[in-house]
Design a protein around this ligand. Structure first.
Ligand SMILES: [Zn+2]
Length: 195
């Protein structure tokens, strides 16, 4: 298959943006602005563009018969997300694996690699914006379908359990807890030698 590797297109997402942007960033809007804004595309927009192309390629290669973007509904989006899993790099332990629920296993295991929930979540956010920017109607936006949200929740839940990663918000400050700053040091615990 000469299909270019879509994992590269969502590998750059970096840190998780929770729900995706609340609204897509404005593209140059000459009508409403007195100062001409010449902008370089942000990394977000470049990524969004790439994701959009990847999704278009998926639609023309995988559903049989292939469909156009205007014909696509949430089932195709779900198909796309599942399809991307084969390019994933996140180990998700199956129930029964000794490392199930362990964030940092010490040995390899045959469990599958998947797309991390956070990557899928931000991917969907970008595609949802891209769909409307390409003229899709908001009401018909397949990326905004509740089934997608529900699928993502399932993935999140499943990965949190399998990997022992709680996906909590980083609100850990407790009043009066002066040692809270050790968080970083504790990520890479080292054995200390007393002597
Ligand atoms: Zn495993």
């Amino acid at each position: 298959m000469s299909y270019n590797n879509p994992s590269s297109s969502i590998a750059l997402t970096g840190s998780f943006s929770h729900e995706g942007p609340s609204r897509p960033p404005l593209v140059i809007d000459q009508a409403s602005s007195t100062t001409p804004i010449v902008r370089q595309p942000t990394r977000y927009e470049t990524q969004k563009q790439r994701d959009w192309i990847t999704f278009g390629q998926y639609l023309s290669n995988y559903p049989r018969p292939s469909i156009s973007i205007s014909e696509c509904n949430y089932t195709h989006v779900l198909g796309f997300l599942r399809y991307l899993d084969q390019f994933g790099k996140t180990k998700v332990h199956v129930q029964g694996c000794t490392f199930y629920g362990q964030p940092d296993p010490q040995a390899p295991c045959p469990c599958p690699l998947r797309q991390a929930w956070g990557s899928l979540d931000s991917l969907i956010g970008r595609l949802r914006a891209a769909y409307e920017e390409h003229g899709g109607a908001q009401e018909a936006n397949p990326f905004a379908n509740p089934m997608i949200r529900s699928y993502l929740r399932e993935v999140k839940d499943c990965q949190a359990k399998a990997r022992g990663v709680p996906y909590k918000k980083k609100k850990r400050k407790k009043a009066g807890e002066k040692t809270a700053d050790k968080g970083q040091a504790m990520k890479h615990p080292r054995q200390r030698r007393n002597g």
